[in-house]
Design a protein around this ligand. Structure first.
Ligand code: ZN
Length: 501
């Protein structure tokens, strides 16, 4: 059995090498590649991805997994070996159902659609993108149909990002959350809006970048195993556990962007850097799900980075970096500014109270589209109506409406958004569990110390990588199932102090 396990591992590491090479090509494309390299680069990445897919769906892998089945059952469930066989089996079963020709069709359509979106959005021309989106919807349905027996057509697409989650359970969870959130938003927005003009002065790029780096290094981001570069859309990317990179963008008239963006991406990176080296280059060296990953980024960005304690420590330092801009601004004013709540149009710029309403609008529309309740032609209007109902504001155009997010224009419809809200919910659950184990964490944060929190996250979540499903992880870490309660409790407490709720 040992020899078979070694053989499986060897093959998986090879596949991982191909995928990592493709990732590096992507990173280069997003950061430093001259535009002339674009078409050859797209082909090079596709070649590597195809080779990786061919190697992974090789019947020899299926045979090895079959032969290892009995061995898996005799091993401890939590062991690296049992987990590797279990998770690889799951991914293998999924991969072999998708014909390579379909994967190629989806990939080339996604590139064409993304290209069209980059032109249609600035021109505010939804009709130019509509035929692409109709094809995307058609392909998304086809993709789901490779997994017959689903309860809802979105389920296979959701499952891919957030394993084990279903449209029916998410609907109940999100409805429950919406019911709680809408009155909180109403109560806050009926009061005078926080003044955040202090964040919109001129803040030179170099100082903003340096300050962001100083913060994330102190949070625990290891620069000997990572680096930060600039891109128009920030992201985290990993080539190995020893090389987990992040990107950022800077706006000189908006302090939020680089500052909290860096903490967000560093949160994703801390997760990956915290995975046990024993899992290196295997399918286990990954986050547990989209939601579990977003839970880490939101935990560091919001629960830590937007807390009063954090700025008790960092605000004097920030004032030193930007004395002209911030010396006249009190900590209180700054704290209220970074936590300003408002009904707004753009998801990525939304505050932590209204943010989930944006996500749930996308989620609901995805389900309606996939079910056939809504046509792509009617989507912009449906978008405006939902915004009016849920957020009390509607976009004047499609650029800042239905065309604002890249997701539907670069991949499938379905499964693309629930992870963001799951992340907020799970992040609050994890943080509550961390505080129960170490009540001293908030005081430490106010002294600029993050090791206890990071150590707890590593021990309980990060080191396990992809060993456990999201539900298993939540159960192990918090002792209970997924619940919106800690998140709502957190919002009520924090915003109850900021506003009279
Ligand atoms: Zn994220």
């Amino acid at each position: 059995m040992e020899a078979k396990l070694q053989e499986l591992k060897k093959r998986l590491v090879e596949i991982n090498d191909l995928k990592s090479a493709a990732e590096l090509l992507y990173w280069d494309q997003a950061t430093y590649m001259p535009s002339g390299g674009a078409s050859a680069r797209a082909r090079q990445m596709a070649t590597l991805e195809r080779l990786a897919h061919e190697k992974f769906t090789d019947p020899a892998i299926g045979k090895l997994l079959e032969e290892l089945r009995s061995c898996r059952e005799s091993l401890d469930y939590d062991s690296d070996e049992a987990s590797l066989i279990r998770v690889t089996q799951r991914e293998y079963d999924r991969a072999v159902r998708i014909p390579p020709s379909f994967a190629e069709q989806l990939s080339s359509h996604s590139s064409a659609s993304y290209e069209a979106w980059t032109k249609a959005r600035p021109a505010d021309d939804f009709s130019a993108i509509q035929p692409y989106l109709e094809k995307t919807l058609d392909l998304s349905r086809q993709l789901a149909d490779f997994f017959p027996g689903y309860e809802h057509i979105a389920d296979p697409l959701i499952d891919y990002e957030d394993y084990g989650m279903k449209a029916s359970t998410l609907r109940v969870l999100f409805d429950e959350l919406r019911e709680q959130l809408v009155p909180i938003v109403e109560a806050i927005t009926s009061q005078p809006m926080a003044d955040d003009s202090c964040l919109h002065q001129n803040f030179p790029e170099a100082q903003q970048l340096a300050f962001g780096l100083e913060i994330i290094e102190r949070l625990g981001y290891d620069f000997t195993r990572g680096r930060q570069d600039k891109t128009p859309h920030p992201f985290m990317i990993k080539f190995s556990l020893g090389d987990v990179r992040i990107t950022t963008r800077v706006k000189e008239n908006n302090l939020n962007e680089a500052l909290f963006g860096a903490m967000h991406e560093a949160g994703h990176a801390l997760y990956e850097q915290g995975i046990s080296m024993d899992l290196e280059s295997t399918p286990l060296a990954d986050g547990a799900s989209a939601g579990a990953h977003e839970a880490q980024s939101r935990l560091w960005e919001n629960l830590v980075g937007h807390s009063r304690g954090f700025w008790t420590f960092y605000y004097p330092r920030l004032q030193e970096v930007f004395p002209d801009q911030l010396k006249p601004v009190s900590l209180d004013t700054f704290y209220r500014a970074i936590n300003k709540v408002e009904r707004s149009l753009i998801r990525t710029a939304a505050d932590e109270v209204t943010y989930n309403l944006h996500v749930m609008i996308r989620f609901g529309l995805e389900l309606d589209l996939l079910e056939g309740q809504l046509t792509v032609a009617d989507l912009p209007q449906a978008w405006r109506e939902r915004y009016q109902t849920d957020l009390g504001i509607a976009p004047p155009d499609d650029r800042d409406g239905v065309m604002q997010d890249i997701h539907w224009y670069s991949s499938t419809i379905g499964g693309r958004f629930q992870g963001y809200t799951l992340g907020n919910i799970m992040g609050a659950q994890f943080y509550e569990a961390a505080l129960a184990a170490h009540p001293e964490i908030p005081e430490q944060i106010a002294r600029g110390q993050f090791q206890t929190l990071l150590g707890w996250l590593k021990e309980n979540i990060y080191r396990h990588g992809n060993k456990f499903t999201p539900s298993e992880l939540i159960e192990r870490v918090t002792g209970g199932p997924l619940s919106t309660e800690p998140y709502i409790k957190y919002l009520r407490k924090k915003y109850g102090e900021l506003y009279s709720l």
